[in-house]
Ligand binder design. Structure first.
Ligand code: NAD
Ligand code: TYD
Length: 353
């Protein structure tokens, strides 16, 4: 079996569903269930013995050690993190605690476990660390996309904490020989994404006739990847990635935020027109920019394609259509998420009006 951390979050839960469907192999899922963790994402596995859930913190070394001894995983897929840039600006402490200290604690326990393995099991073991393209900093409009050789230049507390965790993983490979793999992925979108992130936030605000907040001039560029494609990339890297290497994962889909928001609005106009028949894009509202807002991210995903044969299956158009349709079909999931804690976040970030 494999051990997944953060498997109740957006990408982790998509990964567990995808993994069990694709491989049938069991998973044990260690997740603290912060505001971002939601077991409802995994409700379809409720009676499936191939998913074992353990609520806990990756900083709890005793718990991690016990789980490793009990379940004897052949690989760790490490998603657990604080993941939202805006939250890292309001309160970086949790990001240091989970993304840096938590990754360190996990690495220490995994190192001890791996060192105790023998022969084939030891040779086949993998620690796959899931990271972000944000560690590379910001690109100018004509810069080439990030490659695995691009120097790290993180600009937010979030990206700095992820960069630190990437360095720790690298060091555990070089110093102790731990068989690590690191993936640096671009912005994901798809089912089960918490509505603090751009796409689900815009969707929900549109459906409730609230302003659609665009930071700055709306011309910041992100490279969008459908979450199902990210899950397939992780499977490919786990199966065939070279030890100690990093792989950039991206969608070859550079879009400005305004493009993304207009696309979401146009799909909603088609699938669920507003009661007043106005186009949803009329709700677009420019708000104060994010401090230190990175202008452009773009991923060169040639290495993973060349070495492992992975490339995205979805275009932005097909993936975003599926995503909007998923949210419309799953308003029950959304209503359960939009709790008191989420309302508090909206008030902190966007003010009451
Ligand atoms: P998310 O915020 O939706 O989920 C994070 C999960 O980790 C939650 O279930 C949360 O409960 C859990 N968690 C947080 N702290 C924990 C702790 N101390 N111990 C155990 N569990 C804890 O995040 P996501 O968007 O699914 O991202 C998953 C990973 O992928 C992160 O490492 C993130 O940096 C990386 N990533 C995300 C994106 C993206 O676009 N969302 C892109 C590239 C990389
Ligand atoms: P986000 O989903 O927070 O991802 P990240 O910052 O990790 O790339 O934001 C994506 C882009 O959308 C980013 O340039 C910030 C912008 N954005 C807005 O314009 N308005 C919003 O309300 C949010 C949440 C993000």
């Amino acid at each position: 079996m494999i051990l997944v951390t953060g498997g109740a979050g957006f990408i982790g839960s998509n990964f567990i569903l995808d993994w069990i469907a694709a491989t049938g192999e069991a998973t044990v899922n260690l997740d603290k269930l912060t505001y971002a963790g939601n077991l409802e994402n995994l409700v379809s596995l409720k009676d499936d013995s191939r998913h074992v859930f353990v609520r806990g913190d990756i900083n709890d070394r005793e718990l991690v050690g016990r789980m490793l001894a009990e379940h004897q995983p052949r690989a760790i897929i490490h998603f657990a993190a604080e993941s939202h840039v805006d939250r890292s600006i309001h309160g970086p402490g949790e990001f240091i605690q989970t993304n840096i200290n938590g990754t360190f604690s996990l690495l220490e326990e995994v190192r001890a476990y791996w060192q105790g393995l023998q022969g084939e099991e030891k040779a086949a073991f993998r620690f796959l660390h899931v990271s972000t393209d944000e560690v590379y900093g910001s690109l100018g409009p004509n810069d080439p996309p990030f490659t695995e050789a691009t120097a790290y230049a993180p600009n937010s507390p979030y990206s700095a904490s992820k960069a630190a965790s990437d360095h720790l993983v690298r060091a555990y490979h070089h110093t102790y020989g731990l068989p690590t793999l690191t993936t640096n992925c671009s912005n994901n979108y798809g089912a089960f994404q918490f509505p603090e992130k751009l796409i689900p936030l815009i969707l929900l605000n549109a459906l409730t006739a609230k302003p659609l907040p665009i930071y700055g001039d709306g011309l910041n560029v992100r490279d969008w990847l459908y979450v199902g494609d990210h899950c397939a990339a992780i499977r490919a890297v786990l199966a065939g990635g070279r030890l100690g290497e990093t792989y950039n994962i991206g969608g070859w889909n550079e879009k400005t935020n305004l493009d993304v928001v207009h696309t979401v609005c146009a799909i909603l106009d088609e699938l669920k027109p507003a009661a007043d028949h106005k186009p949803y894009a009329a709700l677009i509202t420019y708000v104060k920019d994010r401090p230190g807002h990175d202008r452009r991210y773009a991923i060169d995903a040639h290495k993973v394609e060349r070495e492992l044969g992975w490339k995205p299956m979805e275009t932005f158009e097909t993936g975003i259509h599926k995503t909007v349709a998923w949210y419309l079909d799953n308003m029950g999931w959304v209503e359960n998420i939009v709790s008191g804690e989420y309302q508090k976040w909206l008030a902190t970030q966007y003010g009451k009006g």
